[in-house]
Ligand binder design. Structure first.
Ligand SMILES: Cc1cc2nc3c(=O)[nH]c(=O)nc-3n(C[C@H](O)[C@H](O)[C@H](O)COP(=O)(O)OP(=O)(O)OC[C@H]3O[C@@H](n4cnc5c(N)ncnc54)[C@H](O)[C@@H]3O)c2cc1C
Ligand code: HEM
Length: 406
């Protein structure tokens, strides 16, 4: 809890800090990367370039300050869990919090100048460390649960045992631990970080959902190639994986992390996905087909067309093994009538009013943020409680708190 004296200082200075948020963020990263260039390999360069992650770190400290002073009602437990799982998958150590805290507070002082009295600096330092302690504690528990030692080395070598080019832009890799040990178990919906060396001292890390069935000797990831457009370059890691990784190669992966289960509860389940967001749903279907084939499950999947729909070929077999499953495929372009047994194919964008619902259903969403916001609003309007709708974002950020109302 924030001390009473700091609470009043933070309340009074929140508008000022918020107003200079972007400048503070830019200054923070500039200072930190100048002092610790090795950290450039830890942070996602694409997100840095687009600004997607830049706001996330400093922005969440400001949001936490609002929470501590009673100015918001955000779901903090879920937010801290999400950040902690992401951090754990990157192997963030407690010592790094001292570095980040130092540069973040120095950035506030640099940007706000004389406005930052020692009392104001101390109050914001208290906010930072309250949040940092929450995260460090959660991350310590995650490391312990994953068997990560006190050196917080999360990386393990995995050998690529299979490569399947699934669509023109999607490839799947099957992997087993290179040391011959067992593959850690995971819950459908969880992901692993993959660290790739692009050159000397040039490393990048990305997260990929585990798209196969838990409990096997190995894992599978399914990666969509991000192609260059007129305004943006090709994706760094997805291009590397597509262009260079072959059977027999070694990749470095973290243990499985991720707080969002794609098989929540034990009653009826609705999986709604779009594009490459189908990966957690496929893991969930494979898991249920093997362990709970009578569980009622509906998959609603949106894609450009049949030919872009990743892992489509294995859907038929899974649906066959599930005794109470329905599949609705919404394709923007219905290009052929290569029917999938048991699946209904519809043309156009997913219409939330036509998503099959049964009482007590638990929902898992995965796809672009805008897609998930539309589906979530539609489901809420049809009476599904917000707490029964989980979602995964394939990038930094969460659904905006006002997403339900727009
Ligand atoms: C929990 C989680 C699970 C995920 N699961 C999957 C999965 O199962 N399958 C999957 O394919 N992906 C998944 N992702 C996404 C994945 O982690 C990567 O984000 C994705 O592969 C893109 O990485 P990249 O390195 O190829 O692209 P990046 O290089 O990170 O680029 C990302 C975007 O930023 C743009 N960009 C980069 N630099 C610039 C610049 N200088 N100017 C303008 N624009 C720029 C790129 O054009 C691109 O559009 C998941 C993400 C998360 C967080
Ligand atoms: C109180 C301190 C911190 C806060 C509030 C914080 C907050 C965040 C948030 C909100 C995200 C985005 C999560 C998501 O939605 O995916 C994130 C990701 C990340 N954080 Fe932190 N963080 C803190 C400390 C640290 C530290 C100490 C490091 C290590 C130097 C670090 C490195 C990262 C990295 C590398 C990512 C992923 C970035 C990306 O993929 O672009 N963070 N953090």
């Amino acid at each position: 809890m924030l001390s009473a004296s700091s609470a009043s200082v933070v309340t009074a200075t929140l508008p000022l800090v918020r107003a200079h948020g972007e400048e503070v963020t830019g200054t923070f990263y500039r200072r930190m990367f100048a002092a610790h260039p090795d950290l450039l390999n830890l942070f996602n360069r694409g997100n840095q370039a687009t600004g997607a992650q830049r706001q996330a770190l400093a922005g969440s400290v400001v949001a936490y300050a609002e929470h501590l002073t009673g100015a918001t009602d955000l779901p903090w437990n879920a937010i801290l869990d999400r950040i902690a799982h992401k951090h754990a998958s990157l192997g963030i150590t407690p010592a790094r919090y001292t570095v980040v805290g130092h540069h973040l507070l120095a950035a506030v002082a640099e940007v706000l100048g004389d406005a930052v009295t020692p009392q104001i600096a101390a109050a914001w330092e208290e906010v930072y460390w309250l949040m940092a302690c929450e995260l460090v504690a959660r991350e310590a528990r995650l490391y312990h649960g994953a068997g990560v030692g006190s050196d917080v080395d999360v990386w393990r070598a995995w050998r690529v045992t299979g490569r399947t080019d699934d669509t023109a832009d999607v490839v799947s890799f099957t992997l087993v631990p290179a040391d011959g040990g067992p593959a850690p178990d995971f819950t459908p919906g969880q992901y692993a970080s993959v660290a790739v060396d692009l050159g000397p001292d040039d490393r990048q890390i990305r997260q990929y959902s585990l798209s196969g069935r838990p409990g096997l000797g190995g894992w599978r990831i399914t990666v969509k190639r991000i192609r260059a457009t007129a305004d943006s370059p090709a994706g760094t890691v997805s291009t590397y994986l597509h262009d260079t990784v072959a059977v027999g190669d070694t990749l470095r992966l973290s243990p499985p992390f991720g707080e969002v289960s794609a098989v929540p509860g034990d009653g009826p389940l609705l999986l709604v996905s779009a594009g490459i967001g189908v990966t957690p749903a496929m893991s969930a279907l494979a898991h249920l087909a093997a362990t709970d084939p009578d569980r009622p499950v509906a998959l609603v999947h949106a894609d450009r067309s049949e030919s872009t729909h990743a892992l489509r070929a294995e859907l038929g077999g899974l649906v066959n093994d599930l005794r109470d499953a329905t599949v609705d495929l919404w394709y923007e372009r219905v290009t052929s009538d290569h029917g999938l047994p048991g699946a209904r194919v519809k043309a156009g964008l997913v219409d939330p009013d036509h998503i099959p619902l049964v009482p007590g259903v638990r929902v898992h969403l995965c796809g672009p943020l805008e897609f998930m916001a539309v589906v979530r609003r539609g489901l809420l309007a049809r009476g599904v409680p917000g707490g029964d709708i989980a979602y995964e974002v394939f990038g930094p950020g969460m659904l905006r708190p006002d997403a339900d109302r727009r």
